[in-house]
Design a protein around this ligand. Structure first.
Ligand SMILES: [Zn+2]
Length: 51
């Protein structure tokens, strides 16, 4: 069972994922494509909150 998670990006965008892996992947993709930044999974995970 995976728990829905959200990451609030400092730019105001909210990333949603079904479980840690998905929300981390979504945040990394967002950071890369929108901010041209590499986000580590630890950094992304530390920002994840239960949806
Ligand atoms: Zn952003």
């Amino acid at each position: 069972m995976s728990e829905a998670k959200v990451i609030q990006c400092p730019c105001g965008y909210t990333l949603h994922g079904d479980g840690d892996d998905e929300v981390v992947a979504a945040a990394q993709e967002h950071a890369r494509s929108i901010h041209d930044q590499e986000l580590s999974s630890d950094q992304a995970l530390s920002m994840a909150r239960p949806a």
